[in-house]
Design a protein around this ligand. Structure first.
Ligand code: UTP
Length: 296
């Protein structure tokens, strides 16, 4: 039984985001706003809420604005203070989160698995969370799924725990798909397949952008070749881990814990509208406006 607390997370943000061009030509997709905040701020808020104290971003070219976003902007704070803009100052509270940020660059975008491998030296022998920087879990990131994943990781003495959500059968070819044992909320994972066709898919449970790993994943990643899309796939390394006797569990997102994937326009548009509609101040007005639009 492991007793160590899991307080370190790796957030890959190095992807090129080509599906969101031209919006992502010179800015990271992880900095696109969803409602009031950039995507990656929701991810960090989710992580800090569940006890993460160190975050390593795997960044790349054109991603410097992420580092700037989490830096303390003393000049801006001073200016807002002088102008007496207390309500705007409150919007910078996230800068004070009790978390230490680290950054390293993935110099060639060879896939998510390749990005995670960059964390090996930093992570060392500790278990760690991986949270994709382009996905929010739950409206306004109110999910505590990582907390539940930590419990499963410790209780089952696991090598990996992965979050899953049900997707429509025609969308299984966009995700890593589980072969679960049983139909429980928490289940041993028998296999996982990257982007299967609907005919080949072992279920319609898709990996939902959150993982906890023991450092054993790095050995698997080292031996994982190029897979779907010519990239080193994290899913393939998880598959290898299972094949080699690794103890890997899946956990389903709870009903109120949808994954908002900001990596493509249809799902980004939906997320933006949903978050904006839920905005305490501006949501009601937007709702009336949209109702007007839809009924003309
Ligand atoms: P995606 O699969 O959405 O790939 O990445 P992408 O390259 O960002 O986007 P497209 O396909 O060009 O539109 C899922 C997550 O993995 C990270 C991304 O930043 C995102 O958080 N990623 C992906 C890396 O960090 N490095 C990579 O080489 C690929």
């Amino acid at each position: 039984m492991q007793t160590v607390d899991i307080d370190v997370a790796v957030v890959p943000v190095a992807g090129l985001g080509t599906r969101l061009l031209p919006a992502t030509k010179s800015q990271p997709k992880e900095m696109l706003p969803v409602g009031r905040k950039p995507v990656v701020q929701y991810v960090v808020e989710e992580l800090t809420r569940v006890g993460i104290h160190q975050i390593l971003f795997i960044t790349g070219r054109r991603k410097a604005s992420i580092e700037n976003h989490f830096d303390m902007d003393h000049a801006l704070i001073q200016l807002l203070r002088e102008q007496g803009k207390e309500e705007l100052l409150a919007q910078l509270e996230f800068e004070r989160a009790p978390v230490q940020y680290f950054y390293t660059r993935q110099r060639r975008q060879l896939g998510l698995g390749h990005a995670v491998l960059h964390a090996r030296h930093f992570v060392g022998q500790r278990p760690f969370v991986v949270a994709l920087g382009d996905s929010i879990i739950g409206l306004h990131a109110q999910s505590r799924v990582i907390e539940r994943m930590k419990e499963v990781f410790v209780d089952q003495d696991a090598d990996a725990v992965i979050a899953f959500e049900t997707v429509p059968p025609h969308e299984v070819d966009k995700y890593g798909i589980a072969r679960p044992r049983g139909d429980g909320t928490i289940f041993p994972l028998e296999d996982v397949v990257e982007k299967p066709s609907p005919e080949e898919a072992p279920s319609n449970l898709a990996i939902a952008a959150r993982y906890i790993f023991s450092p054993r994943i790095f050995d698997a990643l080292e031996r994982t070749g190029f897979g779907a899309g010519g990239e080193i796939q994290l899913t393939d390394a998880i598959r290898l881990l299972i094949q080699e006797g690794g103890n890997v569990y899946g956990i389903r997102l709870a009903p109120g814990e949808r994954r908002y994937d900001i990596g493509n326009f249809p799902s980004y548009f939906r997320a933006f509208v949903e978050f904006a509609l839920a905005d305490d101040l501006y949501g009601p007005d937007l709702r009336a406006y949209l109702q007007g639009l839809l009924h003309t």
